[in-house]
Design a protein. Structure first.
Length: 319
């Protein structure tokens, strides 16, 4: 049984597609933090009974609490036609609801994207000193920071990734950050990263920057495009964030990413869901070529068959 004197509240914003990855994220958290007491707050456009049943099974194994919040489709519909949502998903705006909707006795809420794996203890993160700031966050990668800071008129080195946010909900509400973020997006519909850009713009000088181990970002697509076949995930990385369109539940993801995800999936009620192939034939073809050049012939053959499958499904010409 948990022995912690306080509860760690964690929020997720998902749609039906991301319920399964979120379940694996939760599994990885509770597996590595057995002495902590968790309450997971799940905001979703859909609450499928089969997914809720799996959550219940997980709860019986690890003893945590969770609450679900049905997000009205009308809330997301107003974002779907914005230019900045074209390459994202309107569900990313769900994260803005959590600090407003959850009444917390101690005021702290950890928001996590559902493409994150926890590989260690997170109590240190939840207890981090925010020095009176409403949000704790982790800087984005150097290239994204340079480009987005310039576009938004921010000091270089200040752009953060919104996939991990430690939120003082009282200060968030006092500063009306949800309303300000939505208003900023309404006035700037051509943002590159939707609410993430907006949060960066309105929270200038209001963010406590935290260690990168709390949001260690892996962009599999860029790594493959740079002709690499795999990476080594640092042992000190605790929250591992898979930020590109290639996710660790894809069978073309980097082997290290798949190993990390599958390790926790096997301990979850989602263990029988197979790895899937994304419709990214160009990237799959590049991954195949990378492995061929590196002498990994069996993996290259496997990826080539996945490339053929993706071409057939998308109607693209085989090259």
């Amino acid at each position: 049984m948990p022995t912690a004197s306080r509860k760690i509240h964690i929020a997720f914003g998902v749609n039906e597609k991301y319920f399964y990855p979120m379940g694996v994220t939760i599994t990885s958290i509770v597996e590595n933090n057995r002495d902590e007491e968790f309450v997971f707050h799940i905001f979703s456009t859909e609450l499928p009974p089969d997914q809720i049943n799996k959550l219940e099974k997980l709860k019986k194994t690890y003893d945590f609490d969770y609450k679900t919040y049905k997000v009205d489709d009308g809330y997301l519909n107003k974002f779907k036609n914005l230019d900045c949502v074209g390459h994202l998903n309107a569900a990313c705006f769900i994260r803005l609801l959590a600090p407003e909707a959850i009444a917390l006795e101690h005021g702290r809420l950890l928001y996590l994207d559902s493409d994150i794996i926890c590989d260690g203890n997170i109590s240190e993160l939840f207890d981090a000193d925010l020095s009176g700031k409403p949000v704790g966050a982790i800087r984005d990668n150097a290239l994204t920071d340079k480009v987005q800071s310039a576009k938004l008129g921010l000091p270089e080195g200040s752009y953060f990734n919104s996939g991990v946010l430690l939120i003082d909900t009282g200060k968030w509400k006092d500063l009306a950050i949800t309303e300000a973020t939505i208003a900023y997006v309404d006035k700037n519909p051509q943002l590159d990263f939707a609410d993430q850009d907006a949060l960066n713009a309105i929270l200038i000088d209001q963010v406590m920057y935290l260690d990168s181990k709390w949001n260690y970002q892996i962009n599999s697509k860029d790594i493959i495009r740079n002709n690499q076949v795999d990476i080594e995930i640092p042992r000190q990385a605790i929250l591992i964030h898979f930020v590109s369109s290639i996710k660790p539940w894809h069978n073309i993801a980097l082997p290290a990413a798949q190993r990390k995800f599958v390790h926790y999936k096997k301990s979850s009620p989602w263990r029988d869901i197979p790895q899937t192939t994304p419709n990214l034939p160009k990237v799959i073809r590049r991954a195949c070529s990378n492995n061929l050049r590196s002498g990994k012939y069996i993996e290259a053959i496997r990826l080539y068959f996945l490339y053929l499958k993706s071409c057939l499904e998308t109607g693209r010409a085989i090259k």
